[in-house]
Design a protein around this ligand. Structure first.
Ligand code: 1GP
Length: 227
């Protein structure tokens, strides 16, 4: 098991609101991927998160909760990823939720387990974009967000999020050129090995989510081509 996120190349993101069989879960966890992230936008419940965490815990793989709702934080994960949506129009999604979490949970948390992700959401049709009331940045904006993530906020992760659609590899390449210390995550629309390879040329870590539920066998193959 490798807990050093700056050495990761591939992760699967599971949605606790969706069903996955034991057989598929075993294949994902034994695939050689670096970690399993549990996270989603809608209908996330404490019970569903806990149940999925217990199932993933049978395997020797880091398990991460991407915190999308304060009501659904549960103990027992290796890391907690906290999104900070840099291109949201509302301060709520950039700072206030994190502030509230600190007020409530400061004493309980081990801060070495908590990593803030500077999110830049680029698919206006995605639920995450709509929910967090984003504004669509142009290329210069995105590059400046990446610069801010690394140099102003000193965030461990900058996450280019195209959730549900395949993004622009040229933009991912340009963003990567801005980042030295901050790890670049790319997620969105990766359904096959060609797309995985293309995005992995530039992103440090590729995130494969939805295709687990729609094209399982192809989703599984995205691991070996990037490792
Ligand atoms: C979603 O970035 C992840 O948060 C992965 O995106 O579901 O489109 O693979 P997809």
């Amino acid at each position: 098991m490798n807990y050093l996120i700056n050495e990761w190349k591939h992760v699967f993101k599971l949605d606790p609101a969706k069903e996955i069989s034991d057989d598929h879960l075993e294949q994902l966890c034994d695939s050689g991927t670096d970690a399993i992230i549990i996270g989603g936008t809608d209908n996330i419940t404490f019970d569903a998160i806990l149940e999925l965490m217990y199932r993933v815990r049978r395997y020797a793989i880091p398990c991460i909760l991407e915190v999308s709702s304060l009501d659904a934080i549960s103990p027992g994960f290796d890391y907690y990823f906290i999104p900070m949506v840099l291109n949201s129009k509302e301060k709520k999604w950039i700072m206030d939720i994190q502030h509230k979490a600190i007020k409530e949970y400061r004493e309980m948390m081990d801060w070495d387990e908590i990593l803030v992700e500077g999110y830049c959401i680029l698919n206006p049709e995605s639920k995450a974009y709509k929910k967090t009331n984003c504004i669509l940045p142009d290329e210069e904006d995105v590059i400046s967000y990446a610069f801010m993530a690394e140099h102003i906020f000193k965030l461990p992760i900058f996450y280019l999020e195209y959730s549900g659609t395949y993004g622009d590899p040229k933009l991912v390449e340009k963003v990567k050129q801005e980042l030295n210390k901050t790890t670049l995550f790319y997620g969105g629309g990766i359904k096959n090995v060609e797309q995985a390879k293309e995005m992995k040329q530039f992103a440090d870590v590729i995130v494969v989510g939805n295709s687990i539920y729609t094209d399982f066998n192809d989703a599984l193959k995205t691991v070996e081509v990037v490792k």
